[in-house]
Ligand binder design. Structure first.
Ligand code: CAA
Length: 257
C-alpha cells in the first residue's frame, strides 16, 4: 500500500509508522487519519508484528488536528460526519502501540499520543491541549484521557490555559513512561518494541486488555477480569515454555509470536 502522509517500515517483528507532513508539522488531516488507521489495522492483522511504534519528526510528533482543514467546517458537517469519530477504531488495535514523541505533541497530536499504550518522550517533547486558544476544545479525547493520566487539576489547567508541558513535567505527571535523549528516541522505541514483540503475543494482548480495563470498570470487576485472564493463560503453550525456561535457566522461546 502506498501512503502520502505517513512512512511505514517493518523492523523484524516491529511495525514503525512515521507521520510525514513536514510542511504542516504533521498536522492531522483526514487523509493522514485514514492512512494511519489503515496502516495500524494492517500491522494489527499481521501475525508477524508483535508491537507497533508511531513517531513523527524531530520537530513535531504532530502539532494537532489540521486547523486549515477544519476552519471552514460547520456544525452540521462536523456532527453528521462525526468528525474524529473514526479514531474509535484505534481502540480495536490489539497489538501494543508505543508513541515515540519528539518536539510538539499538541491538540490532536497529544491526543493521538495518549491513544497509544504508552508514550516514550524525547527530552525535547512538548505536550499541550491549546484548542481553547482557537476558540474550541479538545475533540480527540484530550479532556478525558489527559484527566485520567495526569489528574483533574493539571488536566483542567492545561485545557483551560492551553499552556505546554515539557518532557520533565510530563514524566512527573505520569503522562509519559520515560524520557530519552532526542537523538536516541526512535532507536530506543524500536528496542523497547522489540522487547515486547519477543514476548508471547497472546500474553502481551491480554496485558493490554487488562490494563485498559482498569479505566473502564470498578476495581473489583477489574481484579476479577485480570484473574480470569491469568487463569486462561495456563491453556497456552507459552506459559509452559516461559515457566520451563525459568526453571531450566534458559531464555524462553515463545511459540505464539
Ligand atoms: N494545522 C494546520 N497547519 C499547522 C498546524 C495545525 N495544527 N500546526 C502548524 N501548522 C503549519 C503552520 O500553519 C505552518 O504552515 P505555513 O508555513 O504554511 O504557514 C507550518 O505548519 C509551520 O508552523 P509554524 O510556522 O507555526 O511553526 P512554529 O515553529 O513557528 O510554531 C507551533 C510551532 C507552536 C506548533 C505552531 O505551529 C502552532 O501553534 N500550531 C498549532 C497548534 C494547535 O493549535 N494545535 C491544536 C489544533 S486543534 C485540534 O487539535 C483539535 C483537536 O482536539 C483534535
Amino acid at each position: 500500500m502506498t501512503y502520502q502522509t505517513i512512512l511505514v517500515e517493518t523492523h523484524e517483528r516491529v511495525g514503525l509508522i512515521r507521520l510525514n507532513r513536514p510542511q504542516a508539522l504533521n498536522a492531522i488531516n483526514r487523509q493522514l487519519t485514514e492512512e494511519l488507521l489503515s496502516a495500524l489495522d494492517g500491522f494489527d492483522k499481521d501475525a508477524g508484528i508483535g508491537c507497533i511504534v508511531i513517531t513523527g519528526s524531530e520537530k513535531a510528533f504532530a502539532a494537532g488536528a489540521d486547523i486549515k482543514e477544519m476552519q471552514a467546517q460547520e456544525f452540521a458537517t462536523m456532527y453528521a460526519g462525526d468528525w474524529f469519530g473514526n479514531w474509535e477504531r484505534m481502540a480495536a488495535v490489539r497489538t501494543p502501540v508505543i508513541a515515540a514523541v519528539s518536539g510538539f505533541a499538541l491538540g490532536g497530536g497529544c491526543e493521538l499520543a495518549m491513544m497509544c499504550d504508552f508514550i516514550l518522550a524525547a527530552d525535547t517533547a512538548k505536550f499541550g491541549q491549546p484548542e481553547i486558544k482557537l476558540g474550541v476544545m479538545p475533540g480527540m479525547g484530550g479532556s478525558q484521557r489527559l484527566t485520567k493520566l495526569v489528574g483533574r487539576s493539571k488536566a483542567m489547567e492545561m485545557c483551560l490555559t492551553g499552556r505546554m508541558m515539557d518532557a520533565q513535567e510530563a514524566e512527573r505527571a505520569g503522562l509519559v513512561s520515560r524520557i530519552v535523549p532526542a537523538t536516541e528516541l526512535v532507536d530506543e522505541a524500536l528496542k523497547t518494541a522489540a522487547t515486547i514483540a519477543a514476548m508471547s503475543l497472546p500474553a502481551a494482548m491480554m496485558v493490554k486488555e487488562a490494563v485498559n480495563r482498569a479505566d473502564q470498570v470498578p476495581l473489583s470487576e477489574g481484579l476479577r477480569f485480570e484473574r480470569r485472564l491469568f487463569h486462561s493463560m495456563f491453556a497456552l503453550e507459552d506459559q509452559k515454555e516461559g515457566m520451563a525456561a525459568f526453571v531450566e535457566k534458559r531464555k524462553a522461546d515463545f511459540k505464539h509470536r
